[in-house]
Write a protein that binds this ligand. Structure first.
Ligand code: C2E
Ligand code: CA
Ligand code: CA
Length: 658
């Protein structure tokens, strides 16, 4: 058993280690640099030996054999040099190692036989040369094949073995000493090869571990990078990736580059969250993302920019008509009801497009223009696509002009208040005077509140406006009879900031006014921005005694939940229902339903925008009690405290009234 084990160990020494592919590759790579050198060494030594033995031995031994050997060595060296340090597949590398082992065997045998033969012809000097030449050749070859011990051991075994036996048998003391020396050197060399090779394979193994670690780190950092560019909910790219892509596309843009950027916004999504909860809201967003992507061709890229807003980049679009078609398809696909755990959800979407290079040449320029087109789509053609056009550019300029003027404005001097009364139609008394802001800019002249309030919201200046206007109202009210009340409009930012609400109450208190004299008007859209914060502000205001009215009711996402969950003192039906009321039975039905609802809930219902006697009469038939509109009074610098009958008899030009 022991003997078999020993032979197995010896056999292992000469085996190629197939189980370590990296080691095999490293061996072939190292050998491919060293083997050509070894062949040159072999050629030089063979020629040197044949030179010193020329004439002493036969021509076959000193010319033919060395010539053949030199040609073979030279050719092999050239083959190796030409092949270079190529990376082949593993099977080819294993074949290569086997071939090296075989060639080492053949060359060792031939060289040893040749040298031993030469030895018998020469004088002591020449024999010394043979011994010397063989020794340094073996050492040289071994050094060249350090990375492949099987071949090195074959060389050591055959060449040194032959010489040790051959010299040992000569009976000459010198040669026997040389043989003993060589045997010792062989043992040392074998040991050196073994430890060098062990260190080499360890190095390769640790390099592999390092490479694996590096690969894992690389993979992790790639994953991190991907995650940082991913929207977790929908699995689409996120806002950061969207802008990164825009930047990359613009950086690589040339004269032929044409692409379009779109911003897509879901209409009616916010109430889905409020009514059905966030789980359903999230589900709808995921489904919406999938539907949008299902329409994408190979040239489009989608991202979720945040909330219910998606971004799209269409590379190399055909023409503007194609974009409109794509926009319509996007709108249509969102209109199909969404099946959710909370039941079917109906949405629509608006799309704004901006094209490169026609419309803008920077990422923000493109995005802002697409966003502006979207804003116009929402305002004028909800549920459809709008392409940014030249007329929008002048609008943008106008808006930024207004923004600048507002930023530089002396708010205290340029802002003022108008008052428009709401009447009780049954007895003609004034219920409340609504304060309406007016801005007279020294640069732009009069600017409508519909225009500057949304801009002030956008630029974050709204808080300053509210503070200045409310202060003006409180100062004005100090001169009013104690019985007269005012209504004041709050913006979305006012109502979602508890700090602002508390400030308002503090100011009422500081001016010594009874809070019930003030009604704060809040629009539905303002509530939807942050329902919970708005609810808290409304509660705080009402607890102090102030009143709260829901303004512009019916045009937003009128959800009964709003009216039901938040306690309002009154509700103002938007004027868009009043305008067609004389001719449109549908508006009549809606208004009637709203009256009934307010009756049931015990809250006041005010109708806005009454412009004609006909409208007033129809409304009164339906049971309307409180109304506001040009028919009764225009907004004016002075508030109205008179009864409606007194007012109409006093005004001869406009004979309105009961
Ligand atoms: P709103 O709160 O719905 O105010 C009523 C608007 O309708 C006023 O326009 C008023 O002039 C107009 N109006 C009144 N009666 C009639 C009518 O019979 N027919 C028509 N067609 N319109 C009528 P105004 O003053 O231009 O204000 C527009 C909007 O600006 C207001 O709508 C309100 O949302 C906002 N706003 C005005 N003042 C303030 C304010 O002090 N703060 C805030 N946050 N918003 C304000
Ligand atoms: Ca109002
Ligand atoms: Ca209103």
């Amino acid at each position: 058993m022991r003997i078999r084990g020993f032979f197995r160990q010896v056999a292992n020494i000469f085996r190629v280690q197939y189980d370590q592919p990296d080691l095999i590759r490293a061996q072939v790579s190292a050998l491919s640099r060293q083997i050509p050198l070894m062949y040159f060494l072999l050629t030089a030594n063979a020629l040197a030996l044949s030179y010193t033995h020329y004439g002493a031995a036969s021509d076959t031994m000193t010319i033919v054999i060395p010539a053949i050997l030199s040609v073979v060595f030279f050719c092999r060296a050239i083959v190796w040099i030409k092949a270079g340090d190529r990376v082949e597949d593993l099977a080819a590398d294993i074949m290569q190692l086997r071939r090296i082992r075989l060639v080492a065997l053949i060359i060792s045998v031939i060289s040893s036989v040749w040298a031993v033969n030469l030895f018998s012809y020469g004088d002591p000097y020449q024999q010394g040369h043979v011994a010397y030449s063989m020794s340094i050749t073996v050492v040289g070859c071994i050094l060249c094949m350090l990375h492949f011990p099987p071949a090195a051991f074959i060389v050591v075994g055959i060449v040194l073995g032959t010489f040790v036996v051959h010299f040992g048998l000569t009976g000459n003391d010198v040669f026997m000493a040389i043989a003993a020396n060589m045997a010792l050197v062989s043992v040392v060399i074998v040991q050196i090869i073994r430890s060098y090779y062990a260190a080499f394979s360890e190095l390769i193994a640790s390099r592999r571990v390092l490479e694996e670690q590096h690969r894992t780190t690389q993979e992790l950092s790639n994953q991190n990078r991907q995650l940082a560019h991913l929207d977790f909910l929908t699995g689409l790219a996120n806002r950061r990736d969207f802008f990164h892509r825009l930047e990359t596309m613009l950086a690589g843009a040339d004269d032929a580059t044409r692409f379009a950027v779109a911003v897509i916004d879901l209409d009616g999504f916010k109430p889905v969250n409020d009514v059905h909860g966030h789980m359903v809201g999230d589900d709808v967003l995921v489904q919406a993302g999938q539907r949008l992507v299902s329409l994408s061709g190979g040239n489009s890229y989608f991202a979720r920019l945040g909330g219910d807003e998606f971004g799209l980049i269409v590379d190399h679009y055909g023409n503007e008509a194609d974009l409109t078609l794509l926009g319509r398809a996007l709108c249509d696909v969102i209109k199909v009801p969404f099946e959710t755990a909370g039941g079917p959800v109906h949405l629509s979407c608006s799309v704004g497009f901006a094209t490169y290079p026609a419309v803008a040449r920077t990422p923000t320029g493109l995005f802002e223009r697409a966003d502006f087109a979207l804003y116009h789509a929402k305002k004028n053609n909800p549920g459809s696509p709008v392409l940014f056009a030249a007329r929008h550019e002048s609008l943008i300029r106008q808006e930024s002009g207004i923004e600048q003027a507002l930023r530089r404005a002396d708010l205290d001097a340029e802002l003022s208040l108008n008052f428009q009364p709401i009447f009780n139609l049954l007895d003609g008394t004034v219920l409340v005077n609504e304060a309406l802001a007016r801005w007279h800019s020294p640069v732009l002249g009069r600017v409508a509140p519909d225009v500057f309030f949304p801009l002030a919201e956008k630029t974050g200046q709204i808080g300053d406006l509210t503070r200045v206007l409310f202060e003006k109202l409180l100062v004005a009210m100090a001169t009013w009879p104690d019985t007269e009340r005012a209504a004041f409009n709050l913006s979305a930012q006012d109502i979602t900031s508890l700090e602002r609400t508390e400030w308002l109450l503090e100011r009422i208190h500081d001016h010594g006014l009874a809070p019930h004299r003030i009604t704060f008007e809040i629009t539905e859209t303002a509530l939807l921005r942050d329902f919970d914060a708005a609810r808290q502000s409304i509660e705080t205001l009402r607890q102090s005694g102030a009143r709260v009215a829901l303004d512009d009711f019916g045009i937003g996402y009128s959800s009964l939940r709003l009216v039901h969950e938040l306690e309002f003192d009154s509700l103002k039906i938007d004027r868009s229902f009043t305008a067609p009321i004389a001719r449109n039975p549908r508006s009549q039905r809606i208004v009637k339903t709203m009256f009934d609802m307010c009756d049931t809930m015990g809250i006041r219902c005010v109708v806005e925008g009454v412009e004609t006697a006909e409208q007033r009469d129809i409304l009164m038939q339906f049971g309307c009690r409180y109304a506001q509109g040009y028919f009764f009074a225009y907004p004016a610098v002075q508030p109205v405290f008179d009864n409606l009958t007194t007012l109409s008899s006093r005004r001869t030009t406009i004979a309105h009234g009961l």
